[in-house]
Design a protein around this ligand. Structure first.
Ligand code: NOJ
Length: 531
């Protein structure tokens, strides 16, 4: 890397799910004052930026991803002035603030949609995707919603269907309408003027749909019980021609304000994902790389090829990024078990590229089983096996009732994990071998060592199929990362010859010189070694 890297390149992003981070007013739901009260913790943890899932007014049909007003704050989260205070307080601590921007759809309670649905000749009619019924009176085509069922809803009043790729209360906007586009860019400007440092843009690759409304092909192996979003191939609803023009326009809007970051939520195969950097690197700074959250297998060779192929596919000058968990997928410590999740944390925080850490994953928080009657998530209500409530439970701050998230005796919006008395921030801060201590040590090392935050990456092929090793180098510093994916002890070979010095083991119990000809790793162990 020749130029001075930007904050979003060397830094680590921490995702906050505002309902579940910290309840500042004792109503059982997290809020912005709660987040402000924990900024010192985030500074201590040593992350660089926080990304907040939506905080806007919303009927909460999809927990804030159904927005009724893009330029205000939902009263359960606080007031606009709380958001302004959060920006000031975060900046005082050298933390950036990134907002979620949801441009694919609004809430059906957004005034734009209310106008749009009021009559066929309303000036905002064309801001949404209205179409006539098919000849049999049914939906215009076969497109299905990500949450299940047809993506079309009939509206009696005007006799047409509107499109909703998610919940029926989330009508899709029409990104071919220039006035709507400009209104959305003004939403970005509203927040950028208030000091927001960037956006994570929701379902960026889905904003345009086929103008001819052609049917999507069905996935032949989909069966009931599988997630509804896998039912069809999104051939005519995803990654459509014309999308890059929109992404460039969004980027230009951000660029009016200097150095702000543009992160895109994009679930696409790597070769198509790369297009979202833009031919001139003039689109998203960080098209989210979700390989680690979508991979069905977590084993050394698979992960090694993923990293290698991704590195190879990156266009010249494009900056990589890695994600281990988010509010839509099971938690990493549940997918891999807490032991292997420690090695995965080392992987995330030592690879080349910006890491994003989901709140609670720094503690090794796990999914919490939620009984059907307590489920909130529309995706879970339709299909309990795919519910996202289990990975959105309240942050475990300490061992007091309600885990320090809400005052004792308050019913929290989702139940607290049963293990909170042992697994919580306060306890783990005291424990020199805890998951949290590991995360913080990795973050601190990443900040201290340019080889980790901006150095080159090189895969080291070696014989043991249970292990993955790679090198990070910057100027005259070289670090080796070796990870054991197995639950048994392994010898890693071959490695660069000579002596190394282990500066960190995921067990947090050894810092020592090692002969690299005989490097033994314990079950699930990862080591960071100075060469
Ligand atoms: C992706 C978000 O991450 C998810 O939580 C939401 O349900 C959908 N987009 C719809 O906005």
């Amino acid at each position: 890397m020749t130029q001075t890297p930007s904050w979003w390149q060397t830094g680590t992003i921490y995702q906050i799910y505002p309902r579940s981070f910290m309840d500042g007013n004792g109503d059982g739901i997290g809020d912005i004052p709660g987040i402000i009260s924990k900024l010192d913790y985030l500074r201590w943890l040593d992350v660089d930026a926080i990304w907040l899932s939506p905080i806007y007014p919303s009927p909460m049909a999809d927990f804030g991803y159904d927005i009724a007003d893009y330029t205000d704050v939902h009263p359960i989260f606080g007031k606009l002035s709380d958001m302004e205070q959060l920006i000031v307080e975060a900046h005082k601590r050298d933390l950036k603030v990134i907002l979620d921007f949801v441009p694919n759809h609004t809430s059906d309670e957004h005034p734009w949609f209310q106008e749009s649905r009021s009559s066929r000749d309303n000036p905002r009619r064309d801001w949404y995707m209205w179409h006539d019924p098919a000849s049999d009176g049914g939906p215009p085509n076969n497109w299905t919603s990500f949450f299940g069922g047809s993506a079309w809803q009939f509206d009696e009043q005007t006799g047409q269907y509107y499109l909703h790729m998610f919940d029926v209360k989330q009508p899709d906007l029409n990104w071919r309408n220039p006035d709507m586009r400009e209104a959305m860019y003004n939403v970005l400007r509203f927040w950028l003027e208030r000091g927001i440092d960037g956006f994570r843009v929701d379902v960026l690759w889905m904003l345009l749909k086929d103008e001819q409304l052609r049917d999507n092909p069905q996935h032949p192996d989909w069966k009931p019980g599988d997630p509804p979003y896998l039912r069809q191939e999104g051939r005519y609803t995803e990654d459509q021609p014309g999308i890059h023009e929109i992404v460039r326009e969004m980027r230009k809007t951000l660029d009016e304000f200097g150095e702000r970051v543009f992160i895109g939520e994009i679930y696409l195969p790597i070769h198509r994902l790369m297009h979202y950097y833009g031919e001139m690197l003039d689109e998203a700074h960080l098209p989210f790389n979700f390989q680690f959250v979508t991979t069905p297998t977590w084993e050394a060779r698979t992960i090694q090829s993923m990293v290698h192929e991704y590195e190879e596919a990156l266009p010249e000058g494009a900056w990589p990024n890695w994600v281990l968990g988010n509010h839509d997928r099971p938690r990493v410590a549940s997918r891999l078990g807490r032991e292997q999740a420690r090695a995965a944390q080392m992987l995330l925080l030592t690879l080349r590229g910006t890491p994003t850490c989901y709140y609670g994953d720094e503690l090794g928080m796990q999914d919490v089983a939620i009984p059907l009657e307590m489920m909130h998530d529309p995706q879970g209500k339709d299909n309990p096996a795919n519910g996202r409530d289990p990975n959105r439970t309240p942050m475990q701050w300490d061992d007091t009732p309600n885990a320090g998230f809400s005052p004792a005796g308050i019913q929290t919006w989702l139940p607290i994990a049963l293990d909170y008395q042992n697994n919580n921030v306060a306890a783990e801060q005291q424990d020199p071998r805890s998951f949290l201590t590991l995360t913080r040590t990795l973050l601190t090392l990443r900040r201290a060592l340019p080889a980790l935050s901006q150095g080159t990456y090189q895969t080291l092929d070696q014989d043991n199929a249970n292990c993955f090793a790679f090198l990070r180098e910057h100027e005259d510093t070289r670090y080796l990362v070796v990870l054991n994916f197995a639950e048994t002890e392994q010898v890693v070979k071959p490695l660069p010859t000579g002596q190394g010095h282990i500066i960190l083991s995921t067990y947090l119990d050894r810092e020592e010189d090692v002969d690299l000809a005989h490097l033994q790793l314990r079950a699930h162990e990862g080591c960071l070694i100075k060469l």
